[in-house]
Design a protein around this ligand. Structure first.
Ligand code: NDP
Ligand code: MG
Ligand code: MG
Length: 337
């Protein structure tokens, strides 16, 4: 954690270009502007973001044009489109000593982007989705961020990264210093082993176990998916202690004696294999290769996942629980590269 609270001073006279106006891009651009910085959004003229950013009152330009005038360029498009964006719009247009900022270190860490040597390369990754980054800022708070300096050509990279983190509201909460390797590897591991990969497989295996044993799918859905949120919220708010405080003694005893049989030393050994594949670049090579080959395998795996019986049961049950906002459309497509 940083000792003094950073301010936006180091970017006060700078032009900041935010490339991409999606989850993170919109939140960063609006927060930076409201923090008094000079912001331009760089997006494709024919894409939906163009009008959206203009309607929000921001200056908008094509990415290459936005980069030419900028002292700091934040690359906030999806990770897989960043290498082409760097090659086509950034590399030849960025001023010497300007800063290139990422919210995830994937492309730099795994060599998909080799930044010019005469620029600063920095990272600010908020620990929350863009909507939360914006909402907390508007309330006068901020979402904690991790930050890193990968390359310091100007001698001022650290001042700039802290000023950017302050501008999006992160310094109001907490800033933790990291490096591109730690941010990238831990982010990938978390989503693969625990948050997305681990949690969904745990839910599906539990659902299948109950349904195969003859229990009703609707009841199984409530027990292994719906109620997961209650437990995750308790963990999120107060760790293991708060969860123990709010569940029954029977649940606690079952957790302590049966939990370690479900997730055991074999699971941890496989987690270590997954971490090894991330660290030595095998995962990055596979994913970049899949993307470049047209996402065929990714698409078919996703279709298979969404065809699981738990999805039909879930859709029908959620439609009877309007507080869950069931009207939110499900994302079922994989964008073409
Ligand atoms: P999004 O998927 O929300 O980005 C969408 C934006 O990218 C749109 O403005 C879109 O413009 C633009 N875009 C998409 N494809 C292209 C293309 N081919 N060329 C130019 N622009 C394109 O991104 P996220 O906000 O989810 O992620 C941005 C970065 O932040 C990533 O590095 C991610 O890892 C990181 N990150 C994301 C978090 C999150 O909560 N989502 C959390 C922390 C980090 P158009 O309207 O023209 O299609
Ligand atoms: Mg991630
Ligand atoms: Mg347990």
């Amino acid at each position: 954690m940083t000792a003094t609270v950073p301010t936006t001073a180091a970017l006060q006279t700078a032009r900041v270009a935010v490339l991409g106006y999606g989850s993170q891009g919109r939140a960063h651009a609006l927060n930076l502007k409201d923090s008094g910085l000079d912001v331009v959004v760089g997006v494709r003229r024919n894409g939906p973001s163009w009008e959206k950013a203009r309607a929000d009152g921001l200056k908008v330009a094509e990415p290459a044009e936005a980069v030419k005038e900028a002292d700091l360029v934040a690359v906030l498009t999806p990770d897989m489109v960043q290498p082409a964006l760097y090659r086509d719009a950034i590399e030849q247009n960025l001023k010497p000593n300007a800063a290139l900022l990422f919210a995830h270190g994937f492309n730099v860490h795994f060599g998909q982007i080799a930044p010019r040597k005469d620029i600063d390369v920095i990272l600010v990754a908020p620990k929350g989705p863009g909507a939360l980054v914006r909402r907390e800022y508007e309330k006068g708070h901020g979402v904690p961020c991790i930050y890193a300096v990968h390359q310091d050509a100007s001698g001022k990279a650290r001042d700039k990264v802290l000023a950017y983190a302050a501008g999006i509201g992160g310094a109001r909460a907490m800033l933790i210093e990291t490096n591109f390797g730690e941010e990238t590897e831990t982010d990938l591991f978390g989503e693969q082993a625990v948050l997305c990969g681990g949690a969904t497989e745990l839910v599906l295996a539990g659902f299948e176990t109950l349904v195969e044993a003859g229990y009703q799918p609707e009841i199984a859905y409530y027990e292994v998916l719906h109620e997961l949120k209650l437990i995750v919220d308790l963990l999120h708010e107060g760790g293991l202690a708060k969860m123990h405080q709010y569940v029954s003694e029977t649940a606690q005893y079952g957790d302590l004696t049966r939990g370690p049989r479900v997730v055991d030393a074999g699971t941890k050994a496989r987690m270590k294999e997954i971490l090894d594949e991330i660290r030595d670049g095998r995962f990055a090579k596979e994913w970049v290769g899949e993307y470049q080959a047209g996402n065929g395998n990714y698409r078919s795996l996703k279709q298979k996942d969404l065809a699981h019986p738990i999805e039909q049961v879930g859709a029908s049950l959620r439609s009877r629980m309007p507080w869950l906002n069931p009207a939110t459309p499900a994302v079922t497509t994989v964008p073409a590269p």
